[in-house]
Design a protein around this ligand. Structure first.
Ligand code: HEM
Length: 393
C-alpha cells in the first residue's frame, strides 16, 4: 500500500490508510517522493521531543519550499531567540485578557447569520472570525483582511498528484508579501499599539556581534506571514471539522451536552482536535541515521510526523474512532509538542471554546448538507472550504 499525501481521495478519509501503516509499516518510505513517515503515537511524540536528530531547518513541508527565516524552520538556539520575541503576545495571561474582544468578534459574525435557514459554517463563519482575531493582534486593517485571507489560503493549495505549488499559489504568496511590506513600512513611520509595530521595534540578540540588532525585512515578513497564515487557516478547519462531527447521529449526546453544560466545552475542544485534527502532519529532516519503529531513517531525509495518525492510535486512545468529549486528552499532539508546540495554543483554545459556545447558543440543531460540502486540498492541512448546514428549530 502507498501513502500519497497529494491524493484527494485519501484526503477525504485518511484514517483507514493510517491504520494500515500503524499496524503494518509504522516507519514508511515513500519511493516516489523520497520521504519517510512515522505513524505511531509514541514515535511521533519521540520525534517531536528530539530536535537534535529531527531538525526543523529542512522545512516543515514535504516539498522543498523557499521558507524565509521563521521560527518554525529553526532549531535551538536561533529558535529560542526568535520565539522569545513574540511569546508574551500569545501567553495564557495575555489571551485571557483578550476574551471579551474575541467574543465580540465571534458574536458579530454569528449574529449576521441568525434568521437564515441554511448557512455555510465555514464560508460564512469559521473562515472569517479567526482572520479578524489574528488581524487585530497583528494590526492588519479591516479593509484588507479578505484579500489576505484568500491569498493565504490560495498560497497553500495544491493540485492532485503534484507536490509543488501551482503558479496561482505562488502569485498569492507574493500578494500577501507585498501587503505586509507596505504595513511594515507604515509602522516604521506611524507606530501603533499592535504586533507589527512591536516587531519593527524589536531587537534580536545577535551571537555574531554580541549586540542586539533590529529584525531584517525577511525576518519581519516571515513573522507576519507565519502568524497570519497559522492563526487563520487551521482554526477555520477546526471549526468545520467540529460541526461536521457534532452533526453526526452517533454524536448527538455530545452535542446536547455542549448545549446543556458549557463547562464541558474546553475538554470537548481538545477531543475534537484529536478526533479530526486540522494539521495532519508536520515534517522534520534527519540529521543522522535514526533507528526507529523497526527500521532506519538515513541521514538527510524528510520525515513526516503523522499527527493525524498518532491522534487515532489505539495504543494511546481507547476506541480512537469514537468522539468522547470526556476522554483524557492531556497528551495532545494536534498542536504539536515540545519546542515548536503551537505558539497559538492559548489563543486557539480560547477561540475554539468561544466559537463552540456562541454557535450552539444560537444554532443548537443542524444538519450537514453532505452532497454540497467542499474540501480544501493542501498538502498537510485537512478540512472543508464550504460546509453548508441546515439550521433546525
Ligand atoms: C486549531 C488551530 C491550530 C492548529 C491545529 C495548529 C497546529 C500547529 C502545529 C501542529 C504546530 C507545530 C508545527 C511543527 O512542530 O512543525 C504549530 C506551530 C505553530 N503555530 Fe499553530 N495551530 C493552530 C492555531 C494557531 C494559531 C491561532 C496561531 C497564531 C499565533 C498559530 C501559530 C503557530 C506558530 C507561530 C507555530 C510555530 C511555533 C514554533 O515554531 O515554535 N497556530 N501549530
Amino acid at each position: 500500500m502507498e501513502y500519497d499525501p497529494y491524493d484527494y481521495e485519501t484526503d477525504k478519509n485518511p484514517y483507514p490508510v493510517y491504520e494500515h501503516f500503524r499496524k503494518n509499516e509504522p516507519l514508511y518510505h515513500n519511493q516516489k517522493f523520497d520521504f519517510y513517515a512515522l505513524f505511531r503515537f509514541e514515535d511521533v511524540l519521540s520525534a517531536f521531543m528530539d530536535s537534535k536528530r529531527y531538525s526543523s531547518t529542512g522545512g516543515v513541508t514535504l516539498e522543498d519550499l523557499p521558507f524565509g527565516p521563521m521560527m518554525i524552520v529553526q532549531d535551538p538556539p536561533e529558535h529560542i531567540r526568535t520565539r522569545g520575541l513574540v511569546r508574551g503576545y500569545f501567553s495564557k495571561q495575555t489571551i485571557t485578557a483578550m476574551e471579551p474582544a474575541i467574543r465580540e468578534i465571534v458574536c458579530r459574525h454569528l449574529d449576521q447569520l441568525v434568521g437564515q435557514s441554511e448557512v455555510d459554517a465555514v464560508g460564512s463563519f469559521s473562515s472569517l472570525f479567526p482572520m479578524d482575531v489574528i488581524s487585530s493582534i497583528l494590526g492588519i486593517p479591516e479593509e484588507d483582511r479578505d484579500e489576505i485571507r484568500i491569498a493565504s489560503n490560495n498560497s497553500l493549495s495544491r493540485k492532485p498528484g503534484d507536490p509543488m505549488p501551482p503558479p496561482e499559489s505562488i502569485q498569492a504568496a507574493l500578494t500577501t508579501r507585498a501587503l505586509y511590506a507596505g504595513y511594515l513600512e507604515d509602522r516604521r513611520k506611524n507606530p501603533r499599539d499592535d504586533l507589527m509595530t512591536a516587531l519593527v521595534n524589536a531587537r534580536l540578540d545577535d551571537p555574531g556581534t554580541g549586540t542586539p540588532r533590529p529584525l531584517t525585512q525577511e525576518e519581519l515578513l516571515g513573522f507576519c506571514g507565519l502568524i497570519a497564515a497559522a492563526g487563520s487557516e487551521t482554526l477555520t478547519k477546526f471549526f468545520g471539522n467540529a460541526i461536521n462531527a457534532l452533526a453526526k447521529p452517533e454524536n448527538e449526546a455530545a452535542r446536547s451536552e455542549i448545549i446543556s453544560d458549557e463547562e464541558c466545552i474546553p475538554n470537548a475542544f481538545e477531543e475534537i482536535l484529536r478526533y479530526d485534527p486540522p494539521t495532519h502532519y508536520t515534517v522534520r529532516t534527519s540529521t543522522t541515521d535514526i533507528e526507529v519503529a523497526g527500521g532506519v531513517i538515513p541521514k538527510g531525509k524528510k520525515v513526516a510526523l503523522m499527527i493525524g495518525s498518532a491522534c487515532r492510535d489505539p495504543s494511546e486512545f481507547d476506541e480512537p474512532a469514537k468522539l468522547d468529549i470526556h476522554r483524557d486528552v492531556s497528551r495532545q499532539l494536534a498542536l504539536g509538542f515540545g519546542l515548536h508546540l503551537c505558539l497559538g495554543s492559548a489563543l486557539v483554545r480560547m477561540e475554539g471554546k468561544i466559537a463552540l459556545e456562541e454557535w450552539h447558543r444560537r444554532f443548537p440543531r443542524y444538519e450537514v448538507q453532505e452532497d454540497r460540502v467542499e474540501w480544501v486540498h493542501s498538502s498537510n492541512v485537512r478540512g472543508f472550504s464550504s460546509l453548508p448546514v441546515r439550521l433546525l428549530a
